[in-house]
Design a protein around this ligand. Structure first.
Ligand code: ASP
Length: 348
């Protein structure tokens, strides 16, 4: 060999770079299981402080707090991660502030078509509903598909019928109407027709997502994830997004993590965002933070996919990356201490 020293240096550098890439990033992350944990989101998007009123901000924070405290009570009392996820999401679905349940966005034809998914990390049990029009709490219907049917996903009128047969509360579709979302549909349609539209404060929020989701770890070490949405304003032709797609909108596996997504569904579906995070942890042994940040901030962002996730690993580590201006999000610790964030620069 002509230059043995140079060759050895190059080889060593190459090995060092490779090791860096493969080494699990355990920065600030615990590897001892916390007692229990819960994180929620209320959608990601163009959420800017200058477009928000103090009153609206207060309302969002109060609702996120209520949802976190409800899930926390379940987990503290020894309840399951599945129950905590359901309880937290039902509170967000019942609030007109979020694009899920009451307050869901409108389709092109003026309907509300709701999607939801639910996953049990213990056994990869999964359930989902797409395009339901009467189920008050679609997350309950998704869970019922998981627990009471032999299927994973039901859609349309059949899914509404299934929910009714399961004794879930079904209502006239007018229940889902909110003036705010109706106005957003009008603006979206005017914009589609090429008319210039001045977006109101609410439109700014409504245009960009607003899905809700929760991930939980219970005292028994089980993870669960759930996501619920009205989809995207002005959607047509029975469009269904990522939220009810297992692996895209929700994913849970006790060996790795629980994830709930929010953002531009078409991208989350193509890149199987929720599963991708779990797969990086499983196959590459990456930490939760490293895997979730990489998928949202690098991979998805590079492809032009806007949104974020909440993710929780089997030890109770939480990661909440997003590549949009903001994301309604929060978590609660076993001692009841909670953190809520809305904007990109909120300190976590
Ligand atoms: N992901 C949802 C969808 O594409 C929208 C959202 O997250 O708000 O249907």
């Amino acid at each position: 060999m002509k230059y043995p020293l140079l060759y050895s240096i190059v080889l060593l550098l190459f090995m060092a770079c490779n090791t860096m890439e493969e080494t699990p990033n355990t920065m600030n992350e615990q590897t001892q299981k916390t007692e229990f944990a819960l994180a929620i989101h209320g959608g990601a998007g163009t959420i800017l402080k200058e477009n928000m009123t103090p009153l609206l901000e207060k309302q969002y924070k109060a609702k996120l707090t209520e949802a976190l405290q409800a899930g926390h009570a379940v987990l503290k009392g020894g309840g399951t991660a599945k129950d905590a996820v359901e309880q937290a999401i039902v509170i967000l679905e019942d609030s007109p502030l979020f694009n899920a349940g009451k307050g869901a966005v409108f389709t092109h034809d003026g309907h509300n078509e709701l999607d939801a998914s639910f996953m049990d990390g213990k056994n990869q049990g999964a359930g989902a509903v797409g395009g339901v029009r009467t189920v008050k709490n679609p997350i309950r219907a998704a869970r019922a598909v998981l627990e009471k049917s032999k299927h994973v996903m039901l859609t349309g009128a059949g899914a509404d019928q299934f929910a009714k047969e399961q004794g879930l509360e079904c209502l006239d579709s007018s229940y889902f109407y909110t003036e705010r979302r109706w106005k957003s549909l009008q603006s979206a349609q005017r914009a589609e027709d090429g008319q210039s539209v001045i977006l109101s404060e609410d439109d700014e929020h409504d245009y960009k997502f607003g899905t809700v989701g929760a991930v939980a770890l219970d005292k028994q070490g089980n993870l669960a994830a759930g996501t619920s949405t009205g989809g995207m304003t002005n959607k047509r032709y029975g469009r269904i997004g990522d939220s009810p797609i297992i692996g895209a909108g929700s994913y849970a596996n006790n060996e790795t993590c629980a994830v709930s997504s929010t953002g531009h569904g078409e991208f989350f579906m193509r890149y199987l965002v929720a599963y991708d995070i779990a797969a990086l942890m499983e196959y590459k042994e990456w930490s939760l933070e490293k895997a979730a940040t990489y998928v949202i901030q690098k991979k998805l962002k590079k492809k032009g996919g806007e949104g974020g996730v909440i993710a929780l690993d089997k030890y109770g580590n939480i990661s909440m990356p997003f590549n949009t201006a903001g994301m309604y999000r929060g978590y609660i610790l076993p001692n009841g201490e909670l953190k809520i964030g809305i904007y990109g620069n909120d300190d976590f």
